[in-house]
Design a protein around this ligand. Structure first.
Ligand code: MG
Length: 447
């Protein structure tokens, strides 16, 4: 990388990106909310029977995320088990973004407990080094939220992620361009952001164990052997900045939403799933029309009585615009959105973090024939829809919603829009909307 070859003063940060990540975030929010819990083994996720976050005290006793509550109580009888309170977590999340925005306007709200900030060019303005700015942000976060964060500072997003994970908890790791190799030598390839288990296994078979092994592979080899997104990761490991921050404005512009209101309100999971499936098909059809794929999907239920949204936010393994890729994950998480005693009168699906790359063979181990076949099927679906109208061909999972449509002339509007989730409303659940939300992140991302 040319920047590194400069003689004289090393060029540490051609760009300066900070990544902050809350330590055991949900559990930490509970302790911040109720200081009597400080120093105790606390876990969240009681309502689902599976631990979604554990304090370090709980982890020290052998309790980890993903363990069943029953099992965890056996391991640790004194464990304090709490219902998830996504409203509170969402609130802490917004305060974290706001603290970051005091320093820089370029913020990517990547997840409920993590965000990126671009600090490039702020040294002069703030009269501080990049390390000092990053540490000031970390100090503000800890002091004001009473939660500790892992913080990474680096010339790009992938390396900043390496930094925020490097020391835990309450770590700060600065990775200047010239020093990146020693951090990469310490990091397993599978721990790199965006490298899934299949890709890691594949790279292992080529002798790649650490992130440094991968970074050292030749450009030609990497280009030929891995998919485009993995190639981008390789470039960032080598110090280039390839992935710009996805800021809120950009993201809200680049998202597609389909919603529907129905009557009477219901809590029938099958009916709700059918509505969501139809929302999803509509949103995906639009994405395909614009040749976009989504990295992230969220879906919500709007409750009849409390005017609350129950939201589930999912980060996808790879970008897609094919409903069947998303349906099963949605189905898995739907049960956790439905609350006992509550009925729902609207559903909606948002595709976000849209990318223009056509990734039909995005994962090394996905069967290319199968993927291409799926893409072809959806091309046909779109063709038929154009010729004969929407819903000529549809997923079995949407059938009930479509049948409902045809039976119920009173609600024949294409996609019902509720007052605050109209198609043109801010898509990222920002500002005033957030208060009404329970954000539920994909479990793979929070910890
Ligand atoms: Mg975290």
């Amino acid at each position: 990388m040319p920047a590194e070859m400069g003689w004289g003063r090393p060029y540490h940060f051609p760009r300066a990106i900070i990544h902050v990540d809350g330590d055991s975030f949900f559990a930490a929010c509970e302790v911040a909310k109720n200081p009597a819990l400080k120093g105790k083994p606390v876990v969240t996720g009681k309502e689902r029977g599976i631990i979604s976050a554990a304090t370090y005290e709980a982890k020290a006793l052998g309790v980890t995320r993903g363990t069943s509550i029953a099992e965890a109580r056996r391991i640790c009888p004194e464990l304090i088990v709490i219902d998830s309170d996504y409203e509170t977590y969402g609130l802490y999340s917004r305060r974290m973004y706001a603290i970051m925005r005091r320093y820089t306007p370029i913020v990517e709200e990547y997840g409920i407990d993590e965000c990126f900030g671009e600090l490039t060019g702020l040294k002069r303005k703030l009269k501080m080094s990049y390390e000092e700015i990053a540490q000031a942000i970390q100090a503000d976060l800890t002091r004001e939220l009473n939660i500790t964060f892992g913080v990474g500072l680096a010339p790009n997003k992938v390396l900043a992620k390496v930094g925020s994970k490097y020391r835990k908890p309450n770590g700060f790791t600065s990775i200047p361009l010239t020093e990146r190799e020693r951090y990469l030598a310490d990091t397993a390839i599978g721990a790199i952001w965006g490298i899934g288990p299949n890709t890691a296994r594949f790279l292992n078979t080529h002798g790649v164990r650490t992130a440094l092994d991968f970074a050292k592979k030749s450009n030609a080899w990497v280009k030929e052997t891995v998919t485009a997104p993995i190639y981008e990761i390789w470039r960032e490991l080598n110090g280039e900045m390839v992935m710009e921050l996805v800021t809120e404005a950009k993201e809200s512009y680049q998202s597609i939403q389909r919603t529907r209101t129905f009557r009477p309100a219901t809590h029938d999971p099958e009916f709700l799933m059918a509505q969501l499936s139809k929302n999803l098909e509509g949103a995906c059809a639009k994405a395909r029309r614009f040749e976009l794929s989504a990295r992230r999907v969220s879906f919500f239920l709007k409750s009849q009585s409390s005017f609350r949204y129950r939201v589930c936010d999912l980060t996808l393994e790879r970008p897609t615009n094919v409903p069947s890729d998303i349906l099963s994950v949605m189905e898995t998480h739907l049960a956790s959105l439905i609350r006992q005693g509550e009925t729902y009168r609207a559903t909606g699906v948002t595709l976000a973090e849209l990318t223009e790359r056509a990734e039909r063979q995005p994962d090394l181990f996905s069967d290319p024939a199968k993927l291409a076949g799926k893409a072809r099927v959806y091309e046909k679906v779109d063709e038929l829809a154009q010729k004969y109208g929407k819903n000529t061909v549809y997923l079995a999972s949407s059938m009930r919603a479509i049948a409902e449509d045809r039976a119920d002339e009173e609600h024949h509007h294409e996609y019902g829009t509720s007052a605050s989730f109209a198609e043109n409303a801010p898509q990222r659940f920002s500002g005033a909307h957030m208060k009404k939300l329970f954000s539920m992140p994909y479990l793979g991302e929070v910890g």
